[in-house]
Design a binder for this molecule. Structure first.
Ligand code: 4NP
Length: 153
């Protein structure tokens, strides 16, 4: 089974939104995959997603539910795909990766244009809308690439 972990810094803005969108698109395509998210940092452990992330998901009718958590050693073997929001997140993941890691660890944008998902934390609501649109595009290309056209509706 495909198990995807989306990773950003705080697990309150980008990765919870990415998790919600990837789950929603997979469901609409009739795909049974497991999706979770976490942060490389531990500053927001146990917190709900940022209210701007929740507002944008609500606007687009995408259900979102997440309690912030930090990456754990077991994630590197429990997940098949670990997708980093930006290069800094990717570097941190590579540093934390245990020798027995089995997950494919990549920049999420590597499936499309190699662009990072910019941190919207100090941005306006418009920054969060842009993250939403980017996560939507990235979810589609990820599913096209990993699951294949034949498995989609
Ligand atoms: P995220 O955004 O990594 O997309 O969840 C951030 C959330 C919090 C902080 C930075 C980025 N922070 O510095 O607290």
């Amino acid at each position: 089974m495909i198990k995807v972990l989306i990773v950003c810094l705080g697990n309150i803005c980008r990765s919870p939104m990415g998790e919600a969108i990837l789950k929603d698109i997979a469901k609409k395509r009739g795909l049974d995959i497991f999706v979770d998210s976490c942060g490389t940092g531990g500053y927001h452990i146990g917190e709900d997603p940022d209210e701007r992330t929740v507002a944008i998901c609500k606007k687009h009718n995408v259900p979102i539910s997440c309690k912030a958590r930090q990456i754990d050693t077991a994630d590197f073997t429990n997940f098949t795909h670990i997708l980093a929001a930006d290069e800094s997140n990717l570097r941190d993941l590579m540093r934390k990766r245990p020798p027995n890691a089995t997950a494919d660890i990549r920049l999420w944008g590597s499936y499309l244009d190699n662009k990072p998902i910019p941190d919207p934390y100090y941005d306006s609501l418009n920054g969060f809308e842009k993250v939403f649109q980017q996560c939507t595009r990235l979810s589609c290309v990820f599913l096209d690439s990993v699951v294949g056209e034949e498995a989609t509706e």
